[in-house]
Design a protein around this ligand. Structure first.
Ligand code: G
Ligand code: G
Ligand code: MN
Ligand code: NA
Length: 255
């Protein structure tokens, strides 16, 4: 409860910030966008990982406030990169907690904000986990349809780590899958896992889904992904999550 109260204040007092991890077109090694990742700089405790405070936020309606804050901040940043920094049209990937599906107001706020900022909705992707779409309620299906109608894109995050993921590919309007880091890691160690990754990439291609590989840390992993047709990826080998200004410098430096 203590930390929960402090998180509520943190949202109000600007202690949260977003870092942006570049997402690359792998074969040409060019940045085509980024994933927004929230960070909490606590005045006394210092850096607190989202892995620690997102679960706390999810226990209450704080996650709704946090989710709205992240969304607004990320979209405003994208507009600033367009206008002030004159960066090429980049894409922005935003993580969504399953709980945010409870927040009807989010789904009316989102298209309004994009219109106000003159941002093409197709540049925004919402990263949903399987848990979010696992509940195949009519309501969730309707919300997913609403997202699609708005023009935004739906990415299935942490693909393969959840439950009955393949069924979801057929029944939900997903644009892309994000291949979880565990697959990328194991594919360069074990033959079976190697084949599994190759098969996932082939399946995605047949389904005309985009693929973003996550957690690329070694040149071997990168080469394996490229040679099997994985177009997009992110990971420490390429770039870590970074503050907005650093990200702008990085994109500018690639000309
Ligand atoms: O960046 P990092 O590896 O520390 O993130 C840890 C976890 O927190 C990841 O699972 C990531 O998806 C999640 N996370 C980071 N930022 C956000 C956010 O803005 N919203 C939600 N719901 N989760 C986030
Ligand atoms: O749950 P989600 O996939 O959104 O979480 C992504 C998390 O992975 C972020 O917290 C990000 O900081 C982290 N991350 C990104 N690239 C790498 C990487 O190459 N290695 C590791 N260990 N973590 C990474
Ligand atoms: Mn993610
Ligand atoms: Na992920």
């Amino acid at each position: 409860i203590e930390l929960e109260n402090q998180l509520a204040q943190a949202i109000a007092n600007d202690q949260l910030t977003l870092h942006y991890q570049p997402i690359y077109e792998l074969s040409g090694k060019r940045v085509i966008g980024c994933e927004a990742l929230v960070r909490w700089i606590h005045p006394k405790l210092g850096f607190i990982s989202p892995a620690d405070f997102i679960p706390i936020a999810e226990k209450s309606s704080l996650i709704l406030e946090l989710g709205q804050w992240v969304y607004q901040t990320a979209c405003q940043q994208l507009q600033r990169w367009d206008l002030d920094a004159q960066l090429p049209n980049l894409n922005m990937s935003i993580n969504m907690s399953p709980k945010q599906f409870d927040d009807e107001s989010f789904f009316t706020m989102v298209p309004q904000l994009l219109r106000r900022l003159s941002l093409d909705p197709a540049r925004i992707s919402l990263e949903l986990t399987e848990t979010a779409i696992l509940e195949h309620t009519e309501r969730n299906q309707k919300l997913l349809a609403t997202i699609k109608q708005s023009g935004m894109r739906i990415y299935l995050d942490d693909f393969g780590t959840g439950y009955s993921s393949i069924a979801h590919l057929a029944t939900t309007p997903i644009d892309a899958i994000k291949i979880d880091k565990t697959f990328v890691d194991k594919a360069c160690i074990y033959e079976r896992d190697n084949r599994l990754l190759v098969s996932i990439l082939a399946m995605a291609k047949h389904l005309e889904l985009d693929v973003v590989a996550e957690g690329i840390e070694t040149p071997d992993q990168l080469n394996l992904l490229i040679s099997n047709g994985c177009a997009l990826g992110q990971g420490y080998l390429l770039a870590r999550p970074m503050p907005a200004d650093e990200f702008a410098d990085l994109v500018r430096s690639q000309g």
